[in-house]
Design a protein around this ligand. Structure first.
Ligand code: KE4
Length: 427
């Protein structure tokens, strides 16, 4: 496959942007290749600067649940452009998107728009600390909640991929209040909460982990966190930046029937434009400035273009049967990927929650970051490169998840399964 143009563009980019990318995982370092530069995308397909097209399972890391360039979204954006791009003042569009989110997620009574998932989790944690007057927070190894200082400990996603334990530049004092525990380890959380639960402001987690590969919550794990946070007066924060409107219409909290105190959102609610959000019970959210004393702000928060893309996207996913149809496609793909492992006798596992899926090259049962790290990274990188050669565009890291969109056809899925079967033979 000719990727000369991408190579040229990468060389130029590296002169002016660190690593040539604006987000580390895009550099494809962990799979030992150079990134493709993308020219355009439409539906399930992404096309690089050399004109090569691929079936895309990254979907901009989750937002493109409708597929790329969905006419309902792009036409809405073309319409709102005529009003202007940003006012730094409230618009009806922010209320409209907030009302849709509140209607779809019962635990959210009030919501604040921000510009990224990082801002959403950072703000939710500040709110939890403000409400409880406590400093300590609990997160889980391998969960990634964006790059706010106090969260960069044992983070997943780019950190896991680049093997940066925490990160230079984050003072010890900024992370001394952050406890990071093994995901799905109820005994460990119970022990820590029994010992210092009255000092814990919140427990934050991905209800389905997607930044150490895809790992579902163990039976009873989410329930235990809900009980323990209630018992000790800590807030339970679901970071649903990835799972929100991905794994179910009402997010992971609907799927697992748990009502968190605060929820962080992003990705899909922006429909490909920069949006994050955090929300929850009014009694908590009204502690945020300008009503309450906890401060958070953002020049472009609630931007009309971003709101419009979010409104259009959520309007489509709300339609009857959207998730049933999408999840059937994901199930079909996962079954095919499982078969490709089995028929080639490759040690590995494939799983999904909704249309978010993951594949691990390990024979261990993967339930946390430690077991995820037993995966054969060399085999993963060969798989990644092999699939790319077959025209399948996957996340360039073992520690990421894949996403099926409503635009993927069964023909795309069959092509993907055939490619996987061919590539597995070569591993
Ligand atoms: P952003 O600040 O990147 O918008 O969101 C941070 C974030 C928060 N919470 C969860 C559960 C997330 O998955 C993310 C970001 N996800 C990664 C992909 N695993 C974004 C990709 C990247 O860093 O380039």
């Amino acid at each position: 496959m000719n990727t000369d143009r991408s190579k040229q563009l990468f060389e130029s980019a590296k002169n002016v942007i660190p690593g040539g990318v604006n987000s580390p995982v895009r550099a494809c370092k962990s799979v030992g290749t150079d990134p493709l530069f993308i020219e355009e995308a439409s539906g399930p397909t992404i096309t690089d600067a050399d004109g090569n097209s691929y079936i895309d399972y990254v979907g901009s890391w989750g937002p493109m649940i409708l597929g790329h360039n969905h006419p309902f979204v792009t036409e809405a954006l073309q319409g709102v452009l005529s009003r202007g791009t940003s006012f730094g003042a409230p618009t009806d569009l922010e209320t409209e998107l907030s009302e849709i989110v509140i209607d779809m997620v019962p635990s959210i009574e009030m919501v604040r728009m921000v510009n990224s998932g990082t801002e959403a989790t950072m703000s939710a944690i500040r709110l939890a600390r403000g409400v409880t007057g406590r400093d300590k927070i609990i997160k889980f190894d391998g969960c990634y909640h964006g790059h706010a200082d106090s969260l960069l400990v044992e983070a997943g996603s780019g950190i896991a991929t680049l093997n940066i334990p925490g990160s230079p530049g984050v003072p010890e004092s900024f992370v001394k209040h952050t406890l990071s525990l093994p995901y799905n380890d109820i005994k460990c959380v119970k022990k820590v909460m029994d010992e210092e639960g009255d000092k814990i402001a919140c427990i934050i987690l991905e209800p389905v982990a997607g930044n150490m590969g895809m790992i579902p919550p163990a039976k009873g794990f989410l329930e235990a966190l809900r009980e323990l946070t209630e018992k000790y007066g800590a807030l339970l924060i679901f970071d649903e930046v990835m799972t929100g409107f991905r794994v179910a219409k009402g997010c992971a909290q609907e799927l697992f029937n748990i009502s968190p105190d605060l929820t962080c959102l992003g990705k899909i609610i922006g429909g490909g434009l920069p949006v994050g959000a955090y929300g929850g019970k009014k009694k908590f959210m009204e502690q945020m400035a300008p009503v309450g004393p906890v401060y958070q702000a953002g020049t472009l928060s609630g931007n009309p273009l971003a709101m419009t893309a979010g409104i259009a996207t959520l309007t489509k996913v709300k339609e009857d049967g959207f998730y049933d149809e999408l999840n059937k496609k994901a199930e079909y793909l996962v079954k095919g990927l499982k078969k490709s492992l089995e028929e080639n006798d490759i040690k590995g596992s494939v799983g999904r929650v909704g249309s978010m899926f993951g594949l691990f090259f390990t024979d261990q049962n993967v339930s946390d970051f430690a077991s995820a790290k037993t995966s054969d990274l060399d085999r993963f990188s060969k798989y990644y490169k092999g699939m790319l050669n077959e025209g399948i565009y996957l996340a360039p890291s073992q520690f990421e998840a894949g996403f099926v969109s409503a635009a993927h056809t069964y023909e795309d899925l069959d092509k993907t399964i055939e490619a996987a079967s061919k590539v597995m033979k070569s591993l």
